[in-house]
Design a protein around this ligand. Structure first.
Ligand code: RIB
Ligand code: CA
Length: 310
């Protein structure tokens, strides 16, 4: 049976592939998409989610806008990577699908209430919406099977020396969600930097031959160019769909049970994800943290999902 999933995202180039993988893979039952301010302002991330679901022929999946800014800090959209509309590169077609009038918290609430079984939440942006949901509906947390988050890193950051963008944008929300005690899996840069958009990946996607793949290639050309400029990486890591891949095929992503804490107060380290892999702090384990990915298996999954779309 496919796994029911709510995808909370900030599209963003790599979030788009998370949406497409969640919609196109037979092991995932994408029930709802919620958007958050992160890679771009909320208006952009929400509009972009509408564009790429409509373009891919994804129907019947409600899209609701959530938080436009982090819980405590100010939003600093990652325009240096994703552009000023959060989806730089191709001309964006006018989406036919409207956003759902409910807020993200309301859509998560209703989706959980109606599911009849626990629902997996995959989050590929700052965790603001999920933190808000936990604060407003603590009684509904048992309706969530697990939270799988693309964020953090067991090593260096990408927006400061020690913080990854999703964690850095809203570390308070990340700490709050981690603190709920729900099963929590973190997929950090240490893993996502293994799935690079190489020329081989680009040609395989280009060979799929549908409009979704063609649009995806345009997105990745832009993403590769900004990653080279900003991060010195000519082949961008396609971070977010790795979180979906773990849910779709758990065997593709290896994880360890360990201790994860979020740095909230560091002047230079706010947003750092402290992963105590050696257990030096003697604190009880509270998360699963990704340590590896089957690279070829991942790309095959992405390709197959896109091939199944429009
Ligand atoms: O650091 C990478 C993460 O930040 C990805 O989710 C990307 O989309 C941005 O949100
Ligand atoms: Ca993202």
């Amino acid at each position: 049976m496919p796994t029911p999933v709510i995808l909370d995202c900030d599209p963003g180039h790599d979030d788009v592939f998370a949406i497409w993988l969640a919609a196109g893979d037979p092991e995932i039952d994408l029930r709802a998409i919620t958007t958050v301010g992160g890679n771009g302002k909320l208006a952009h991330t929400t509009y972009n989610a509408r564009v790429v679901t409509d373009l891919a022929g994804i129907a019947g999946v409600p899209i609701s806008a959530g938080a436009d800014s982090p819980m405590v800090r100010l939003l600093a959209p990652a325009e240096w990577i994703h552009g000023d509309n959060a989806l730089g590169g191709p001309e964006l077609p006018q989406p036919a699908v409207a956003a759902d009038p409910r807020t993200a918290v309301e859509l998560i609430r209703d989706t959980l209430d109606e599911a009849g079984q626990p629902v997996t939440i995959v989050a590929t942006g700052p965790l603001t919406n999920i933190g808000m949901f936990a604060r407003i509906h603590p009684d509904r947390l048992p309706l969530i099977k697990e939270i799988v988050w693309m964020g953090g890193s067991t090593g260096r950051g990408n927006v400061t020396p020690y913080a990854e963008f999703n964690a850095w944008t809203d570390p308070e929300a990340a700490a709050m969600v981690l603190g709920t005690g729900l099963p929590f899996t973190m997929i950090g840069l240490n893993v996502t930097h293994q799935v690079l958009v190489t020329p081989g990946v680009m040609s395989r996607l280009g060979a799929i031959g549908n409009r979704t793949a063609a649009f995806g290639v345009e997105l990745l050309n832009y993403f590769n160019s900004t990653y080279e400029t900003d991060q010195g990486m000519p082949q961008a890591p396609l971070h977010d769909p790795v979180a979906v891949a773990l849910v779709a095929r758990p065997g593709l992503v290896s994880t360890v049970r360990t201790r994860l804490d979020i740095e909230l107060r560091g002047t230079e380290t706010a947003g750092a994800t402290s992963v105590d892999l050696l257990g030096k702090l003697k604190r009880p384990p509270n998360a699963s943290v990704a340590t590896g990915v089957d690279i070829e298996g991942f790309w095959g999954l992405v390709e197959d999902a896109i091939r199944a779309l429009a």
